[in-house]
Design a protein around this ligand. Structure first.
Ligand code: ATP
Ligand code: MG
Length: 492
């Protein structure tokens, strides 16, 4: 570590800028978690550091990563103590005072310390992991009477004509309270509209030759028959699917059914919202909390103005690792407690209100390591980064050097990934918000990597692997590939 790095100044700043906030967005293996450890170690060695560490929360999304940061920080501090020839272990003691854990567990701590006056459950049984959440959900479904008040009985009947009730379960299970309440009260139009008459005319007028003609005829009859039954009957009538692709039938059917589908989506969302709220109330009654509930409980604490100011006055400092995995509600908790007294909730970074107090909020992350999902939308991480880049709330730093990848690999990635992640690739775009509109770009810009001074040279090669015969079993396919790679390695 003795050779200076081209980006050493940024690393030093992150370590020693006590009274500043930093946001680092940098590639895998660029030393982000190490930088956090260095900052904490330096704090532990500094006069007055003990007091600050007592109110420092070092958090990340996943439990394993949270445990690792604590270990890394201790290791770095032990090294720094040895380098300085110090034998007193007080700084290690100081470091132990900091909170190391998941964002969820930090939220639980906030709710436990401050939620009593607000009637929150202070000792919930925490539902951990996908299996336990699934079991809890199943248990809820089993005892729920499936009676709904969000829609009129005739609307429920209309919905169930075309979709089974369990089609709303997936949505209902994961809705947060705010969204559930919004969907429940939005509701659909009084009655479902008919399928599009204009699109039906186009289906009936469509022409196709050869093999497609037969399918088209079936699709035309089916569409017409479906509308007849929609009008005249009341029994179960699932949405029809076209056969084949002749005459662009997929698009025509989509246009034909669009009004009905839109109504079903609104009706299903209202039912899902109601079920989600009931699931929430049931969890509350039983004294159990999911991870999302823990964050919600902390947010509820912060909604109370007096409690919010009390927490802010405690002077928390937040250090967030893997910030790209943090969802908007989690960000809100971590940011709000570090903002200055009186700052109105929800006004940073969105409303350009005062950001976190200097020295009270640092985050590191890598947009490229985020998997786009509705939970931790990478654009949310980027919004916070952009605020730092504008100088609002703190300073944005970049680390260019990566220590993990061999030099040849870095060369290959820099040469190929800018295009792969670039705006020119169709698969980097999401669904357009409206017909004819451009889909949102769901990819982050590729940041070029630089090799550290001690990275191995490495090598890059294209392996001439012959594909297995069709219908070869996975194990056999894998074994054939591995043998070819081994043969190639031996030939080198
Ligand atoms: N300044 C440095 N000089 C030399 N090696 C370093 C430096 N900082 C970190 N490393 C080494 O680089 C490797 C990656 O570090 P680290 O885990 O901190 O990266 P990261 O950016 O947090 O990675 P990830 O993106 O996976 O979270 C580790 O082996 C670490 O010891
Ligand atoms: Mg890391």
């Amino acid at each position: 570590m003795s050779e200076p790095l081209p980006d050493q100044a940024a690393r030093d700043r992150f370590r020693d800028g006590w009274d500043r906030n930093f946001a680092v967005s940098a590639n895998a293996g660029s030393g982000k978690t190490t930088a956090i450890s260095e900052r904490l170690a330096a704090l532990a060695l500094r006069e007055g550091g003990a007091e600050q560490l007592r109110k420092t929360a070092v958090v990340t999304f996943a439990r394993k990563a949270a445990a690792q940061i604590g270990q890394r920080a201790r290791a770095v501090l032990a090294r720094r103590l040895a380098e300085a020839g110090r034998t007193d272990l007080a700084p290690l003691d100081h470091l132990e005072r900091a909170f190391f854990g998941t964002i969820h567990s930090f939220c639980l701590l906030l709710a436990q310390r401050h939620g009593q006056a607000l009637g929150l459950n202070l000792n919930p049984a925490v539902i951990e992991g996908a299996d336990m959440e699934e079991a809890l959900w199943e248990e809820f479904l089993e005892q729920d009477a499936m009676q709904f008040a969000a829609l009129a009985p005739a609307q429920i009947e209309a919905f169930l004509r075309h979709a089974p009730l369990d089609s709303i379960f997936g949505l209902a299970r994961d809705l947060d309270r705010g969204t559930a309440a919004r969907l429940r009260s939005a509701g659909p139009a009084a009655t479902p509209p008919e399928p599009s008459g204009a699109a039906l005319s186009m289906i009936l007028a469509a022409k196709s030759q050869g093999k497609g003609a037969e399918s088209l005829k079936h699709n035309q009859e089916q569409a017409e028959e479906w509308r007849r039954r929609f009008r005249a009957e009341r029994g179960f009538l699932p949405l029809p699917k076209p056969q084949g692709t002749a005459a662009n039938i997929g698009e025509l059917y989509a246009a034909y059914l669009a009004p009905v589908k839109a109504w079903l989506a609104d009706a299903g969302a209202a039912l899902a919202g109601e079920l989600a709220l009931r699931y929430r109330a049931w969890r509350f009654d039983r004294g159990v909390q999911t991870y999302a509930d823990q964050v919600e409980a902390a947010l509820a604490v912060l909604q109370d103005a007096v409690t919010l100011e009390r927490i802010r006055a405690e002077g928390w400092r937040v250090v967030l690792d893997e910030a790209q995995d943090t969802d908007p509600q989690q960000f809100a908790v971590l940011v709000e407690i570090t903002r200055p007294p009186g700052a109105p909730l929800g006004t940073w970074p969105a409303g350009r209100g005062a950001g976190p107090r200097p020295g009270h909020f640092c985050m590191v992350g890598d947009g490229q390591q985020s998997i786009y999902s509705s939970r931790a939308d990478v654009r949310n991480f980027q919004k916070h980064l952009e605020a730092f880049a504008r100088g609002e709330g703190g300073e944005r730093l970049t680390f260019d050097v990566t220590f993990r990848a061999p030099q040849a690999v870095i060369g290959l990635l820099n040469a190929t990934l800018p295009a792969a992640f670039g705006p020119g690739r169709e698969h980097n775009r999401g669904l357009p918000p409206a017909d004819g509109a451009a889909g949102p770009r769901l990819q982050v810009d590729y940041e070029p990597l630089a090799a550290g001074p001690r990275n191995e040279p490495g090598a890059v090669a294209v392996l001439p692997v012959a594909p297995a015969a069709p219908r070869t079993k996975v194990e056999a396919r894998l074994a054939a590939e591995v043998r070819q790679v081994a043969a190639w390695k031996e030939s080198q």
